[in-house]
Ligand binder design. Structure first.
Ligand code: NAD
Length: 457
C-alpha cells in the first residue's frame, strides 16, 4: 500500500467531513434523496455489476440495489429525526438534554457477498448523521464499489469526496483500523476477520461496529404450514448459493413430520434451476470461487467418512467449466456433528430430528454464532417461547419465514461471534454519532446534584 496515497485519502475525507457536518441534517438528507433517485435510474446496470462480480442471480442483484434505494429513503426521513431526549432535571431551573453530533470519518470494510447493500446501510446512515466515509470493499467487489461511487459523483456537487474508496486487501483494512483519524470502523465479513481487526481498533480505544459470520438455524414444528415452510427453508439454504451471512445452515424438524419434510425438501432442491446467474430462469448461481467449492467438499468428505447420509452436494458441469456450480447438499444427521458448528460458506443444510421444542431451541443456540433464526409453527405458544428470553439467542428471530432476506427497517446484526453490531434500521444510526449530555442552568442559583453542599465559609 502506498502510504502517501493513503494519507491523502484520509486528509481529503477529513476536509469534506468538516464541510459536510456543517450542513443541516435535512439538507444532508436531500443529497441522499438524490442519490436514491440516481440509484433508481441505474438499478439495472448496478445489478448487472453485482451479478458479474458476486455471481448473484438477477433477481437477487436487483433486490440488492433495491435495498440500497430503500436505505436512501429511510435515511432521508431519518435526517429529520435524529432525536435527542430531554430528561427532567432534579434541580430547579435546570434542563437535561441529549445532543447528537457526527463522529468524523467512518471506515467501512465490506464482504464480497453484499457488495452494495452493506455499504448503503453504512453510508446512508453515516452521511445523514454528518460523517464522511472511506470504503474498503472486498477485493472481489471493486467494480461494484466504483459503480456506487459513480452514482454518488453524479449528484454530489462539491461533496464527491464524501465517499472515498480504498481498494485493496488486508493491509488497507489494517491501516484504517490502526488510524486514530478514523472515528468508527464498521467491518463486515468473517468472524476470523473480526477477531483479527477488533484488537487493533480496541488498542486505540476506537469505536467498532462488527457484522460477522452466522450459523443460522430453523425449527419446524408439527403445526407448520409445510408449503410455505419448504419454500422458506430452500430459499434460505440454497438462495445466493448458501453465501449469505443469514443463510440457513441447520434445520431441526419435529419427528412427526420429519420424513415428509425431508422428502419435500429434497424434491424442491432437485427441481431448482441451477445455472448462469445472468439468465432470468436461474434460481441458483455458482459459488464465488474454486476455494469455496473446495471448502464445501472438505466438509462433505469429512461427513462421508463418518457415514453421515448426504443428498446432493456434487459439482455440476454446466455452462462455463471455470464456474463452480453445485447441487445444494442436504445432510441428514442423527447427532450434532462438529462440522455443523462452523460456518461453511456454501449450500450445505444439516437436518436433524427433534421431539421436544426446548431441546431444538437449545441445539439451535448451542453454536458460537448468533445471527439469524426461524421457527415454523402455527402454535402461538411455540412461537412466543421462541421469541422469549428462553428462546432464540440470535439478533434476528423470525416466525414462518426463513432466516435470510431481512428488511431494512429493523436493526440488522447478531450476538456472540457475529460481533454484536446493529446496522440499517431502527436506532442503528446512533452508532454513527456521538452523544453529548448537556445540563443547562437557567436559574440564578447553583444547586449541586445529589444535594452536595459547597457553600462559602
Ligand atoms: P472476509 O472476512 O474474507 O472479507 C471481508 C472483508 O474483510 C474484505 O474487505 C476483506 O478484504 C477484509 N479482510 C478479511 N480478512 C482480513 C484480515 N485478516 N485483515 C484485514 N482485513 C481482512 O469475508 P468474505 O468472504 O468477503 O464474506 C463472507 C463472510 O462475511 C461470511 O463469514 C459472512 O457470514 C460474513 N458476512 C457477514 C454479514 C453480516 O452482516 N453479519 C454480511 C455479509 C457477510
Amino acid at each position: 500500500m502506498n502510504r502517501d496515497n493513503y494519507n491523502q485519502l484520509v486528509n481529503k475525507s477529513h476536509e469534506i467531513s468538516i464541510k459536510w457536518r456543517s450542513l443541516p441534517a435535512p439538507q444532508r438528507g436531500e443529497y441522499i434523496r438524490k442519490f436514491g433517485e440516481e440509484l433508481r435510474k441505474q438499478k439495472v446496470n448496478l445489478a448487472a455489476l453485482i451479478t458479474e462480480e458476486a455471481r448473484k442471480i438477477k433477481t437477487e442483484s436487483l433486490g440488492e440495489v433495491q435495498e440500497a434505494i430503500d436505505m436512501c429513503d429511510f435515511a432521508v426521513g431519518l435526517s429529520r429525526q435524529l432525536y435527542g431526549l430531554t430528561m427532567p432535571s432534579e434541580r430547579a431551573n435546570h434542563r437535561l438534554q441529549e445532543i447528537w453530533h457526527p463522529l468524523g470519518i467512518v471506515g467501512c470494510i465490506t464482504a464480497f457477498n453484499f457488495p452494495m447493500a452493506v455499504f448503503a446501510w453504512n453510508f446512508c446512515l453515516a452521511a445523514v448523521c454528518g460523517n464522511s466515509i472511506i470504503w474498503k470493499p472486498s477485493p472481489r467487489s471493486n467494480e461494484c464499489a466504483r459503480g456506487i461511487k459513480n452514482a454518488w459523483d453524479k449528484i454530489s456537487d462539491d461533496f464527491s469526496d464524501l465517499i472515498l474508496i480504498l481498494e485493496g486487501g488486508n493491509e488497507e483494512s489494517v491501516a484504517l483500523c490502526e488510524d486514530n483519524k478514523i472515528s468508527l470502523i464498521s467491518a463486515t465479513g468473517s468472524t476470523q476477520m473480526g477477531k483479527e481487526l477488533a484488537p487493533i481498533v480496541s488498542a486505540r480505544l476506537g469505536k467498532l461496529l462488527l457484522e460477522l459470520g452466522g450459523n443460522n438455524a430453523a425449527i419446524i414444528c408439527p403445526s407448520a404450514d409445510l408449503d410455505l415452510t419448504v419454500k422458506g427453508v430452500v430459499f434460505s439454504a440454497c438462495g445466493t448459493t448458501g453465501q449469505r451471512c443469514t443463510s440457513l445452515r441447520r434445520l431441526f424438524v419435529h419427528e412427526e413430520i420429519y420424513d415428509e419434510c425431508v422428502s419435500r425438501l429434497n424434491d424442491y432442491v432437485n427441481n431448482l434451476i441451477i445455472g448462469c446467474p445472468s439468465k432470468d430462469s436461474s434460481q441458483v448461481g455458482p459459488l464465488i470461487s474454486e476455494e469455496s467449492f473446495n471448502n464445501m467438499q472438505v466438509i462433505l468428505d469429512s461427513l462421508r467418512s463418518k457415514d453421515v447420509e448426504i443428498l446432493g452436494g456434487e459439482r455440476l458441469e454446466i455452462e462455463d467449466p471455470k464456474e463452480f456450480y453445485v447441487r445444494p447438499a442436504l445432510v441428514l444427521v442423527d447427532q450434532i456433528e462438529d462440522e455443523m458448528l462452523k460456518e461453511t460458506f456454501a449450500p450445505i443444510l444439516y437436518i436433524k430430528k427433534f421431539s421436544d421444542l426446548k431441546d431444538a431451541i437449545s441445539m439451535q443456540n448451542n453454536v458460537k454464532q448468533g445471527l439469524s433464526s426461524s421457527i415454523f409453527t402455527n402454535d402461538m405458544r411455540e412461537s412466543e417461547l421462541f421469541l422469549s428470553e428462553s428462546g432464540s439467542d440470535c439478533g434476528i428471530a423470525n416466525v414462518n419465514i426463513g432466516t435470510s432476506g431481512a428488511e431494512i427497517g429493523g436493526a440488522f446484526g447478531g450476538e456472540k461471534d457475529t460481533g454484536g453490531g446493529r446496522e440499517s434500521g431502527s436506532d442503528a444510526w446512533k452508532n454513527y454519532m456521538r452523544r453529548v449530555t448537556a445540563t443547562i442552568n437557567y436559574g440564578e442559583e447553583l444547586p449541586l446534584a445529589q444535594g452536595v453542599e459547597f457553600d462559602e465559609t
